[in-house]
Design a protein around this ligand. Sequence first.
Ligand SMILES: Cc1ncc(COP(=O)(O)O)c(C=O)c1O
Length: 422
Amino acid sequence: MKLPHLSQRADWAAGQPISDLMHRALAAPQLISLAAGFVDPATLPVSATRAALTEILGDELDAQAALQYGTTHGFARLREQIREIHLASDGGASTQPPIDLHQVMLTAGSNQLLHIVSETLLDAGDIVLCASPTYFVYLGTLKNMGARAVGVETDDDGIVPEALEQTLEQLQQQGMLPRVKMIYVISYFDNPRGLSTSAARRAQIVELARNYSTAGKIYVLADDAYRELRYDVADVPSLRTHDDAAGHVIQSGTFSKCFSPGVRVGWGILPQELVTPVHDQKGNLDFGSPNFAQHLIERVIAQGRLQPHIELLRASYRTKLQAMLDAAREHLGPLGCQWVEPAGGLYVWLTLPEGLDAGMQGPLFDLALNEGMLYVPGQFFYPDEGAPAKRNTIRLSFGVQSPGRIAEGILKLAAAIRAAVA
Ligand SMILES: Cc1ncc(COP(=O)(O)O)c(C=O)c1O
């Protein structure tokens, strides 16, 4: 029911699962939470941050610049660094469309970038095509705007191009193609499954966006939050390398996962024609994200401390991922659970025996809580429309807990599953 005096958007925003989950986790601190996508507290970059801050605050003018308001676009030197890092990760400037500095915009985390871009492009009733399952916070963002998230079938290599084409085709037949504004893709070690989009599919997805842009431009929103968190696999060029001069790809990235979510600096590389409209939205929202945080990240990169930190993270998360997979093989495999081993990111996506409802109303959730562990029910990650939700799924995160606690958490989950199917 719509409350009096609240906006339509407040009504659309109501009932998110995340707050309830966080509340349950905080209310029982002894719980082994494999739920939240938080990063490892033990590897947060305390000394790199201290060194950067010491240098900034040791210089009166630098300190004053950092403590002042910044610009809507964000700190230019950091934007230059991001451009350089991005071009280099994608094989150098000759292999991709050029990036003008004004195309790079800094935000308070990449979530803000996703939000502002969506505000810029979407009216109520507009459509975003997503992997099914996908990042549920972004599903909330879309809901908040009255936009429709339509899920597209996804396998171990990402969104299935044939299914994407079929969805676009159906929407065209329904006369809804003009309402399709974006295809949202987490192409590296996605949330929630930890799996990446194959190189071949990256090209196909961008091509489909281009081919179906007949009634209005369809963008590909490439959310690369987990690109840096890869363990023992080679990097793959981003979706943007498949773009052409028309500019269909909106690139988003963040320092939250590869450095610190407390600092919360994210960034976007926008197609030329979106720079002014997105800038206008951001100007109205905050006329610039926290400048101090941007100066801090700039200095960390300038001091050469980002890459070594990423290497440290890889070593730590590799061990944690292994601990989760080992425990899953030992305790969950025999119970008929299935998963695909990720090569990066922070998550393992579990498919439970058919018919076992892992949702908050099903039997497993409370049994797991009673055992002393928390997970995120998979159902939250499915868009309301399109490829149907699988309720026998859960997302496990190995970011926060130690390898020992991860193994313990899996053992508890196994006990809960045994009790649920008994
Ligand atoms: C897929 C994905 N995108 C974006 C974000 C947002 O990160 P931030 O706003 O901290 O950059 C997250 C956070 O968990 C995520 O999982």
